[in-house]
Design a protein around this ligand. Structure first.
Ligand SMILES: Nc1ncnc2c1ncn2[C@@H]1O[C@H](COP(=O)(O)OP(=O)(O)OP(=O)(O)O)[C@@H](O)[C@H]1O
Ligand SMILES: [Mg+2]
Length: 139
């Protein structure tokens, strides 16, 4: 799939669309530069399942967990991680093998920690309020 979004709301709506088809155990790596819409996409994903959740960027915390009625959502951001050892320290393996959905910003920075079934979603900045969201699978 390839979609152009013309506003933050449209990017969040794509996240909400993915939430409808996602299932426990899924891992999504979100690729794309700073400000390309990854966190906004996750915000839409989480809000679709749990409207009261306040989604914040996990840049400093590495992972934020959101409980939803469907499954827990584990929101990672690898941007500030310097060595994969830090991922083992936060227990990345257990999250990946756990009962939730992992959404990993900058996930392809450490491609070898991701399981082979990881689905990649690519974000790009195409102008002031335009973003492109692409994936090799449909949702
Ligand atoms: N169509 C759009 N979709 C999403 N965000 C948009 C769009 N147009 C403008 N923006 C702006 O782009 C920024 C996207 O921020 P966001 O935090 O989602 O980026 P990010 O990819 O998570 O960046 P980072 O790598 O720093 O975590 C926000 O400031 C948002 O207001
Ligand atoms: Mg972000």
């Amino acid at each position: 799939m390839r979609e152009e979004t013309l506003s933050v709301e449209q990017t969040r709506a794509l996240g909400a669309r993915l939430a409808k088809t996602a299932a426990a155990g899924d891992i999504y790596a979100l690729e794309g530069g700073l400000g390309s819409g990854k966190t906004e996409f996750v915000r839409g994903f989480v809000k679709a399942l749990s409207p009261a959740s306040a989604v914040r960027s996990p840049t400093f915390s590495i992972v934020n967990t959101y409980k939803t009625p469907s499954f827990p959502v584990y929101h990672f951001d690898f941007y500030r991680i310097e060595e994969r050892q830090e991922l083992f320290s936060v227990g990345f393996d257990e999250y990946v093998n756990g009962d939730g959905v992992c959404l990993v910003e900058w996930g392809t920075m450490f491609p070898d920690v991701l399981p082979p079934f990881t689905k990649i979603i690519r974000f790009s900045d195409a102008g002031e309020s335009k973003r492109i969201v692409e994936a090799g699978f449909l949702f």
